[in-house]
Design a protein around this ligand. Structure first.
Ligand code: PLP
Length: 414
């Protein structure tokens, strides 16, 4: 595209934008179970209005925009209240999970350096199921990543003993997920906390998916094991607002057990031509709308609203779990929240995925082991039965295709 010589009216462009989305994944009607967290029209309207209210303001300038600084403070205080932040715990808002994880690693690295980390390449130790954001951040910072295979007992949880063995004097961080993305399973954070405390290694909990889900699931009676600052040894937590916090995209939180740990995060420079500037996170400019929308949604939903929405997601997951088991699938581990992965003993998951895609479903897959993967939203409550019917039809279609191919081969060689 070349830039048009003369600008076009907004009415024309508005239509063009609508047109462009026609081939996108159909998330509004519940047939997408990845990328989008759909809590319904009312929540979406609040996101939009609250975002627009501070869309031009910049979180980079807390003195110019004390409104945003206060809203960020409020968001962090609410987060720490949910995640057992002890007295003095603190944090900041970032643009997303990858940003929060990157900042946590940078903070742990600078903390370790200040403590006198062994010279030579530093490393972090994490379970094989941890999000690739850790590798991305380590690539940027030249840190070695030690991925450790999961336990081989069908739990799909981190193997804490093997992770402890992988640590050495240059390990600056241990990682656990709450839950991990590929299987939706919570790692044994208490056991990781015990290793981290004994070895004096920073433990980061990646609660990007569960940070704003697990506390409410627990209030609803789900047996969520301790995973946050309640666990001794947890130094930092990443928790995304733009996932199960139902905030507009571009909103996450990175939290630290104390001011003393947080102090290693901000970047400050006086030695350049511009005005002195201190930034807490990776971004310079920080979109005011992402902060105001998160603040508004958290205050709009409150504990009661989140309990209701997360209850709906858990109910839907349970219905789907039951339905896929009835069709002969195996659910990986024991999911507790909104993610679920499952596979069939004799039909390849990726072939079933292809059939579901043809039927209008945009979902995800897990590679280890090959499985179907769903990240459920409250809106899916109305679509679980449709999904199960299409899953059954997809399974039958793959089986019929396989049988037809086998028959064709037999005819050709008989
Ligand atoms: C467990 C987990 N951690 C981190 C991330 C990265 O978050 P983002 O895509 O917001 O950078 C994700 C994304 O799905 C995730 O599931």
């Amino acid at each position: 595209m070349t830039m048009p010589e003369h600008g076009q009216p907004w009415a024309v462009l508005r239509d063009a934008l609508k047109q462009k989305g026609r081939k996108d994944a159909n998330w509004r009607d519940g047939r997408t179970a990845v990328y989008v967290f759909n809590a319904g029209e009312a929540v979406a309207e609040i996101q939009k209005e609250a975002y627009a209210a501070y869309m031009s303001e910049n979180g980079l300038g807390p003195l110019a925009f004390p409104s945003l600084a206060q809203m960020e403070r409020d968001v962090i205080d609410m987060a720490l209240g949910l995640l057992h932040g002890p007295e003095g715990a603190t944090g900041a808002m970032t643009s997303g999970g990858t940003d929060s994880i990157t900042m946590a690693i940078k903070t742990a690295r600078d903390f370790a350096r200040a403590k006198g980390l062994e010279p030579g390449p530093a490393n972090i130790v994490l379970p094989q199921s941890a999000h690739l954001a850790f590798d991305k951040a380590c690539h940027l910072m030249d840190i070695e990543v030690r991925r450790v295979p999961l336990r081989q007992d069908g739990s799909y949880q981190a193997d804490v003993a093997a992770m402890a063995m992988a640590c050495d004097a240059s390990t600056l961080m241990l990682v656990g997920s709450a839950p991990n993305f590929p299987h939706g399973i919570m790692d044994p954070i208490e056991a990781l906390g015990a290793v981290a405390s004994a070895r004096e290694i920073w433990l980061h909990v990646d609660a990007c998916v569960g940070g704003y889900f697990a506390p409410f699931a627990r209030r609803n009676g789900v047996p969520v094991p301790p995973f946050d600052f309640e666990v001794e040894g947890v130094c930092s937590i990443s928790a995304d607002l733009h996932k199960y916090g139902y905030a507009a995209k571009g909103a996450s939180t990175v939290l630290f057990r104390s001011e003393a740990l947080y102090a290693f995060m901000p970047f400050d420079l006086k030695g350049w031509s511009g005005a002195p500037m201190k930034t807490p996170t990776l971004s310079g400019t920080r979109p005011g709308g992402a902060i105001s929308a998160a603040w508004a949604i958290m205050n709009h939903l409150g504990v009661e609203g989140y309990c209701r929405l997360q209850g709906e997601v858990c109910d839907t997951r349970e219905r789907i779990e039951e339905g896929v088991r009835a069709l002969g699938f195996e659910v990986l581990g024991k999911p507790l929240l909104g993610l679920i992965a499952f596979r069939h003993p004799d039909v390849h998951s990726f072939a079933i995925y292809g059939e579901l895609y043809k039927r209008g479903w945009f979902t995800s897959v897990t590679k280890e082991p090959p499985s179907l993967h769903l990240m459920l939203s409250p809106r899916h409550a109305d679509y679980a039965e449709d999904y199960l019917l299409d899953l059954e039809a997809s399974l039958a279609a793959v089986r019929a295709g396989t049988a037809a191919k086998a028959e064709a081969v037999q005819v050709r060689y008989s």
